[in-house]
Each structure stands twice: as C-alpha cells, then as structure tokens.
Design a protein around this ligand. Structure first.
Ligand code: DGJ
Length: 735
C-alpha cells in the first residue's frame, strides 16, 4: 500500500488494500485521471496509457498540435473554458470579471496519515500508518489562486478520500462560483446510477437508472442534505448484483446543499462530480483567504453492493463517528413522542419511566414540548428553559427521579430553529435567516436561526450547555424540522450573501463540535424531521441518527435497507411504535416491529402503560434478547440477503465481529397462498463450524447454511401479512 510517484512518467499511484488509483500530470500541467479500480501492480504510460488523436471539430490546447485536447481527456479537477466542454469541477471569477482559469501543477507532498479538514467533518486515522495522503498543489498564474487537491488512501480499506482547498495567493479578490470536492472521469459509460431518494417519512429508497449521454444528477437546495436526496451515488455495472461485480460508491461528507452529478459525453466517457451545490453559491476569497471543500469518500468494490456497503459501514463506524459512544453498545430507549406528543406532564413521564424500567428499557427520552410554554408547534423554539406548568419541579428533578429508577435520562432540542412566539425572537428578530423586504416563509410555524452569526450560536450554545450541565442528561436528540427558504443573512455584506447556506452549515458544525467535546459522555443522536439530514457529515459529531418518522415496520424495511447501502446499523435510530401505525395506519405484529428495529439503535416509542399484559411480557423478552445480542446487531457485519425493493420478503443477517454468532431475520410482506418452499443462503459464516440454532436446537454447518441454504418456514396461507421470524446461530465452542 501507499503512494508512489514515478517522476519520469509523472504518475502518482495510490494503492489501498485491493485498489489502485492512478493520476498523472498532463502535457499542459493540469492533472489527468488514469485509472481507479481493482489493484494493479504496474502501469506504463507509454505502453498502455492515455492517448490523444486528431479528430474533427476538436478544440486543442497547443498551437500546431491537433491532437491534445481536454475534451476527451480524463481529468482530476477540470477547469472551465480550456477545451473541455463538460461541466468543470470548479469555476473562478477573477478581478477582471473573467471566468476562465487554469490550475497547473506546482508541487506535491506525500504525508503519512491524514490531516484533518479545518471546520469540516471528515474521516480520520488513529495511527499514521493507517493511511497516506497525497497533496498536489496547483496554481493559476493569472489570478494567483492555488488549489491543493488531497487524496488519502487507507492501507486496509478499499477507500480513497478526496477534497480540495483553495487559497487566494494573488493581490486581488477572486470569487469561487463552483468548488466541487472531486471529479472522477471514467473511460466508459456502461453503468447504472444508484441513488437514495425519497421524502419525509419515506427516506432513502433505492432507485437505479442506466446512464445515458448528457447529465444525470441529484441535488439538494433545501439547506440540508435532505430526505429527498441523500448525498450519495453509486455507479454499478449493469450485471453487478448484491455479491458480484463492480461498483463505485461516492459519498459526500456534508449536511447542506449538495450536487452529485454524472455526465456522459459523446465519447461515452463518464464524469462523476460531487460537492457543495453550485446553485446559489459563491465564495469571495480576498487575498490570503482559503476555502476548504467537504470530503468525498470513494469506494470501489468488485464484490457487488455488499462489498461497497460493508466498506462504508466499517469506515463510517470506526473512522468517521467519534467519541466514547462510537464503540459502546447503545442503550435501549423509550421516547415519549409517539406516546404523548405534546400532551405530557411530569407525572405522565414518570409513569412511563416506571413502566419502562419494568420492561427492561434503559433510557427515557423526553422529546419536544418540555421548554418555554410549548404546548404545540407554534411557540418557544429558542427558549431552552423548562416549561413551568408541565415540569413544575424542573428538569433536574425529573432527570434525577428517572435516574433513581435505575434508568438514564435524555432530552430533545431543536437548536437551529426559532419560533416568533419566543423571548429569543422578541430580543433578536434579526437572528432569523431572511432577505430584507421579502416576506418570510415558515415551515411547521417555525423559522431558521442564522447560524452564520457567532453571537446567535453563542446564545444557543450557552442555553443548551446550561441544561446539560445542570441535570443528569445522558442523551441528546438534536432535531431540525424544516428546510430553508429566503436564504440570506443580515450579518453578511451583499457580496457574501451567496455564502449564507454554507456558512450556516459551518456554524452548525462548530456548535456541534463544541457541545460534543464539552459533554463527551452524552450520547448524541441527530434528527431532521425524521431522516432529513441522515448524512456522513452529522455522523462525525453524532454516532447515530433518527432514520425516519415513519416507524411502521414494513415501511422501515425499505428505509433501513436503502440506508444500509452506505450507513452502518449502529447509526440508524429504529423504534417499535404503536399499532395502528401513526404514519400509515397499518397493523403489524409486535414481533415484526421488534425484529426490524433490532437492526438499528433500538428503542420503543409508544405508550407502554396502555399495553395488555401479553405485550408487556413480549417486550420484556425483546429487551432481554436485545441486551444479550446487541453487540452483534449494532457492531456485527451486516448482510442484505433479500431486498424489500425486489421481493415480497426481506432477509437480513448480522454476523458478530468475533464470528461466534449470527442472527437472521426474515420478514414476509404479504401472505400468499400456495407459496413455494424457500431456503435462504447465509453469508459470512465459517464453513467448517457447527452452529446451534438457539430457538430450535437444530444444528447446521456453516457450509450447509451458506451453500445449500437455511430452510425458511413453509407458509400455510393462513399466517396473515407482515409476519416475521428470527433465528440465532451460535457457533459451537469446539468448532
Ligand atoms: C421530528 C422528529 O423526527 C420526531 O421524532 C419528533 O422529535 C418531532 N420532530 C418533535 O417535534
């Protein structure tokens, strides 16, 4: 592994565990892309490399040369206006108003480890020998702008991370009009593009489409990565399956407006670019100022989608998430939201907590409505002080009482938002994101706080920190319940208004960083009206995120399966809720609700005091089971054995990191008469080991389970819809 530079051929070769990434300095001193894929040992530019040839209608770089053109040259960070007619990776307006630039190679450095990105979330290393980083400095001679392209390759992973850092080294202002994080030009277009799209309550459904000439893209302009498009795409070969074939993954470590764009040109070459959405974005760089783009994590797998997903899971769980909770088993929680909504008081919460203790739950979370005078969604955001009527003896008292039951206590905040009916708004109407003279739109009756303003961030930090310091609070849910409109800041000058959305994100990251560092023992969970900001950026600060406001087990199959394309099980908040389900009105068996939620940071979200005795007993059994096996659920290797997007049943498997146990869950969607007998092939077991099925006492060998398959229950036709089963395979001690 490592990074090699062949000075004679001017080629960089980055080698990860099974991958190679090759780039070169082109004849015009820009950077050319040679290869990204399965590891190769040796590359010879003269024998097999980039080629140029005269063609009709070609714009060429050098006078007298009719062959060298960027139009069909694969590049690393293409410019606008220099013979390439595809979208560029960046665009700069110089002091004269021109938008042409030409970043040329100046120097490079190869560093051990991976430097952090200033002010932005990013993957990291714990030891310098885990990774190596290549930094290539490019310079535009006219404006004096430099760009440093960063590439990190991990020794034991099939991952390349990329980002770019600009610095105005000239004497005059320049304006970045577009500053994407990366570009990858692939030599053909025989791919299908996969994306995770949806909406509130149906986040991250998987969509796949073949590439065609032209641009295909997903983006967010909502001020958040969004429930509608996740900042991730994959390009897979048409015949790639879950376990076989090539796929490239591209995941942007960012939580704001983004663009993920794929352009297929007339030569059927494919250009992939990701980064901050250039729409309504620009960034002024005065002399000496710098701009850092977010990071993109590129994964290559020739073992199908599973290889890609497992690479992301391990990286994001161990080298993106941080803090003491990164590797700790997450507590089973009870959230009062779907149990009470806004209608609660101290007694009700304490009653829920007592019942929770009895059921084996470990953490009680008080959701929206505990502050200001908030009895519905029209008031009090921004006033992070206890609601005196609902909690007359205060939060501290409530938290201490709950701790006295032997439980932990957690609390909900929505720090980025403000209600007009709040003391904060009365004191600081100028702290809302707004565009002067235009009416303000609202979402859920609330407005967005201007997190570009240090004084607004400071005020919110102080209020939240005071509560966390005062009461024994072990968990925080950081919510965000609307997208942005009228994106403008009264604190920024006219020439910087288009910086607002990104400055806002930097402000959010800064508060999250400060808060999580100040309260390192608190488990933080992010949330945005469900999974409206379920992205790698937030996982850097908070190791789990509420996956969706849709808690229906059948809906969750698609949401969690889609999410699992990139994100680990430990990151997905998943709760058992009441039936009929609040979002879809569906009745599902309690067992199915638990079996699906087990594949996540598990909890309950219903009025457990109203349940019949049989259901309370079932929940006691569920919590006991989860406690015994949560290490395997949360930190095992996750396998999608069948897909809810394609089939009437879903099978998920998790195999413990120490390979001592594996858990299989099978969920049937609709009942069918005369259903065929089915077996499902497990994966990731030790072929020669014997496994005892905890639930039935049967013994199987790993090879039998993986190659012949595990027999699924025969359907009687009378079982009804939405049933599920679970089996726990314990490896025999001697095997
Ligand atoms: C949206 C979240 O996703 C819910 O879980 C809940 O916290 C509500 N907000 C509260 O307003």
């Amino acid at each position: 592994m490592g990074i090699m530079f062949d000075a004679q051929q001017r080629i960089f070769h980055l080698q990860g565990r099974d991958i190679s990434y090759l780039l070169t300095i082109l004849p015009n001193e820009q950077l050319g892309q040679i290869y990204f894929g399965q590891k190769i040992r040796h590359y010879d530019q003269l024998a097999t490399g980039l080629r140029w040839a005269t063609r009709g209608y070609l714009a060429c770089v050098f006078e007298g040369d009719l062959a060298f053109s960027l139009e069909y040259t694969p590049q690393e960070y293409p410019a606008y206006g220099k013979t390439d007619f595809r979208h560029p990776a960046y665009q700069v307006q110089n002091a004269a108003g021109h938008t042409i630039s030409d970043l040329r190679y100046v120097s490079h450095a190869i560093l051990p480890g991976k430097p952090r990105l200033a002010g932005l979330p990013a993957t990291y290393v714990e030891q310098d020998d885990e990774a190596a980083t290549l930094e290539i400095t490019l310079r535009d001679a006219v404006s004096g702008l430099t760009a440093v392209l960063s590439y990190t390759v991990y020794a034991e992973r099939n991952v390349i991370t990329r980002s770019a850092r600009f610095e105005n080294g000239g004497a005059q202002d320049v304006r970045l009009l577009r500053a994407l994080s990366m570009c990858l030009d692939l030599p053909d277009a025989d791919f299908e593009m996969m994306q995770l799209s949806g909406a509130w309550a149906r986040e991250r459904h998987l969509y796949t489409r073949p590439l065609t000439p032209g641009i295909q893209a997903i983006e967010s302009t909502r001020g958040a990565s969004s429930a509608h498009q996740n900042p991730f795409i994959a390009l897979k070969r048409p015949h790639t399956t879950e376990t076989h074939g090539e796929v490239y993954g591209f995941s942007l470590v960012y939580s704001g407006n983004f663009l993920a764009e794929v352009e297929v040109n007339h030569d059927h070459q494919t250009r992939v670019m990701l980064g901050i959405n250039p729409f309504d974005f620009s960034w002024l760089l005065t002399p000496g100022e710098t701009f850092q783009t977010p990071e993109v994590v590129l994964v290559y797998s020739n073992q199908g989608l599973e290889g890609m997903s497992q690479t992301y899971h391990d990286l994001y769980r161990r080298r993106l998430a941080r803090g003491v909770w990164r590797d700790r088993e997450r507590p089973i929680l009870l959230n009062n939201w779907e149990a009470t909504f806004f209608d609660f008081n101290e007694e009700k919460i304490l009653t829920l907590a007592r019942a929770a203790k009895d059921l084996g739950i470990e953490l009680v979370v008080l959701d929206d409505g505990w502050f200001g005078h908030r009895d519905d969604d029209r008031s009090s955001l921004g006033d992070w002080v206890t609601h005196p009527e609902k909690l007359p003896r205060g939060l501290k008292f409530l938290a201490q009482e709950i701790e006295a039951f032997g439980l932990r206590f957690g609390l909900w905040f929505e720090p980025e938002m403000i209600s007009k009916d709040s003391a904060l708004y009365r004191d600081h109407p100028e702290w809302l994101l707004q565009v002067p003279e235009y009416d303000l739109s609202h979402g859920r009756n609330q407005f967005v706080l201007d997190f570009t303003r240090p004084e607004a961030r400071e005020a919110i930090y102080q209020m939240v920190a005071a509560i966390l310091a005062d009461a024994p609070i072990s968990y925080v849910k950081w919510d965000m319940n609307r997208n942005m409109t009228e994106i403008g800041s009264l604190a920024l000058p006219p020439e910087r208004q288009k910086e607002t959305a990104h400055r806002y994100m930097l402000g959010v990251y800064a508060v999250m960083e400060r808060l999580t560092q100040a309260f390192p023992e608190v488990l933080f969970e992010s949330c945005a009206g469900g999974g409206g900001r379920f992205d790698p950026g937030l996982l850097y600060y908070m190791p789990q995120a509420w996956a969706s406001d849709d808690t229906d087990a059948i809906e969750r199959l698609k949401i969690q399966a889609g999410t699992s394309l990139v994100y680990p099980v430990s990151a997905m908040g998943a709760h058992v809720s009441a039936v009929p389900n609040h979002q879809v009105g569906r009745f599902t068996p309690l067992m199915t609700r638990a079996n699906v939620a087990f594949f996540g940071a598990f909890g309950y979200e219903l009025d457990i005091t109203q349940l019949p005795a049989a259901e309370r007993a079932a929940i006691q059994a569920q919590t006991a089971y989860y406690q015994a096996h949560r290490q395997t659920f949360q930190f095992g290797t996750f396998y999608r054995l069948s897909s809810p997007f394609e089939q009437n049943h879903t099978c998920w498997l998790t195999v413990a990191a120490d390979e001592r146990e594996a858990i299989l869950v099978y969920v049937k969607t609709l009942a069918a008469p005369n259903a065929p007998f089915r077996a499902i092939r497990l994966r990731g077991l030790l072929p020669a080991a014997a496994y005892v099925v905890e639930e039935t006492g049967q013994v199987f060998y790993g090879d039998d389970l993986m190659y012949r398959g595990f027999p699924l229950p025969a359907e009687t036709g009378q079982d009804g819809d939405f049933t599920s089963s679970r089996w726990t395979f314990q490896r025999r001690a001697e095997s």
